[in-house]
Each structure stands twice: as C-alpha cells, then as structure tokens.
Design a protein. Structure first.
Length: 275
C-alpha cells in the first residue's frame, strides 16, 4: 500500500508534460538500444538524458545514464529527469511501466518497427519530434535507397537453404513472422524452418540435420558459438562446404538504421554459398 500511495502522490504532483514550445524535444529518455541508435543517426543523441541496458552504439551512448532494462524502469528516476519525450519499446518494456508513463502524462513515442521499411518511417517521425527533419529525411532516404538496391540485386539470385541459429542452448531459430526472416527474404534466402509455429521457435539438432541446410548462420556471441560444434555432423551440406558464418547480432537484431548493414552482411554470407 505504501508503494501504491507513493505513486498516487507522484501522479497528482506531476504536470502533464509536453514537448518544448519550439516543437522539438530537448530532454529525451530512450527505452531501447535501437531508438538510441536512431536518435544519434538523426543528430539528436545529445538530447538523450537516460536509456536502458545494452544501449551501446555509437560509442557516446555508453556514457548515457541507465534507468533500467527488460526487468523494469526506475520510475523515480524518470520523474526526476523531467523528460519532454520518452521513446518507448512495446516489445521490450514492461506493460506495467508503459501504462504508468501514460498515467503520468509524459509525451510518448512508441518505437517498435515490424518491417525494414518502418525503420525509415520512424526515423522521419523522430526527426519531426526532435526538430531534426532535414537530417532525418537524409538518413531515411539513404537507408531506403540501400534497401531498395539490395532487393533489386538479390531478387533474381538462386535461393540458398539456411538455418539461422538464434541461440544454442536451448537451440532456437527464427520463424515466419520474425524480424530476421525479413532480412533472409531480402537476401533471397530460404529459411528451412519457415513453416514452424512461432516467431522464435525452439528446435532440435536432429531436426536441423534432417533439413540439410546449405548455410548455417549464427550470432558471434561466444555462448552461441561454443554451444554447438556443428563439425560433428559433416553430412550436413553447410558443414561439409564450410558455410558456417558468425555475424554481428547488433546489426541483425536491432531494428535501427544499422539494420541495413546487417542485411548486407547476411546477403554476402549467402553469396559465398552461391559461388
């Protein structure tokens, strides 16, 4: 009851916050690594007053104060910082925290791109909120131009059967509705677990062997690489031909402007199997 009363009092005392009169956010809390990257890309990084764990790009982002993570947000810190904009992440912030931020009356922008194109759209939206429309337009145009060029380049290339090792223990992959699957399709890859239920299903090694992938992709995290030694199964085409590649998870898993670099890296890996 004491905790509840504390927040009720804070709610009563907290003003309905809005953007600065000039129409640009000057004190931003960014509650995801990808939104931090977006804000820096459009020139608004200096306005970020707090963020969450794992926001580590660009280098300057490492100095931003942390106020929580997937386990929750330190609401007292949010109130003390008096942000005029909070960029939330419905896919990575607790629903209870998001509801509390709404009750406090903060100006919220929900960032959770579901498609590669939506990254460009959100860059433009953040540009408008921060008064960086011109720079945001340039960044979005460059991003979308690269995406279009890659799609055109790979549309006619032969498909390559691949297994994407999201994690090793338990062994997990990516399904039809996942962010990674969009990247795979852009590179004209064929996900051997495309018909599996769920965006990030758990699978068995035996099933992977039966699928006979031509390429195995996995993040370069040490735990993921050391979790399974695929060399034990030389009968798998990807193992026999040496087409096992470790990629930068930050480029592939974050829905930010660097995602286009992740697309290029994954496409290049599949090209090696096409040679």
């Amino acid at each position: 009851m004491k905790i509840l009363s504390y927040f009720i009092v804070l709610l009563a005392l907290t003003p309905q916050l809005a953007l600065a009169e000039a129409g640009r956010a000057e004190r931003i809390i960014a509650l995801s690594p990808h939104s931090v990257e977006m804000l820096y890309a459009i020139g608004a990084g200096d306005a970020i007053v707090a963020t969450t764990d794992h926001a580590d790009y660009p280098e300057a982002a490492k100095a931003i104060p942390r106020i929580g993570g997937y386990y929750g947000i330190q609401m007292e810190q949010v109130l003390a910082l008096k942000p005029d904009l909070i960029v939330t992440w419905e896919g990575g912030n607790r629903a209870e925290d998001l509801e509390m931020l709404k009750k406090f009356g903060f100006t919220l922008f929900h960032s959770n791109p579901k498609t590669l194109e939506q990254v460009g759209q959100e860059l433009l939206a953040l540009g408008k909120l921060t008064g960086r429309e011109a720079q945001a337009q340039q960044v979005a145009d460059d991003y979308l131009a690269r995406l279009g060029a890659i799609r055109q380049e790979y549309a006619a290339k032969p498909k390559v059967r691949l297994f994407y090792q999201l994690w090793s223990q338990p062994l997990m992959t990516v399904g039809k509705g996942s962010w990674i699957e969009q990247i795979i399709q852009t590179c004209h890859g064929e996900n051997v677990f495309l018909d599996t239920q769920g965006d990030y299903p758990q699978v068995s090694i035996e099933t992977v062997l039966q699928k006979t992938p031509e390429v195995i992709l996995r993040s370069q995290d040490e735990g993921n690489i050391n979790g399974i030694d695929w060399q034990q199964w030389p009968e798998v085409p990807a193992v026999a031909k040496g087409h096992i590649y470790a990629l930068d998870a930050d480029l592939l898993h974050r829905a930010g402007p660097r995602a286009i670099d992740g697309v290029e890296v994954l496409c290049q890996a599949l090209d090696k199997a096409r040679q």
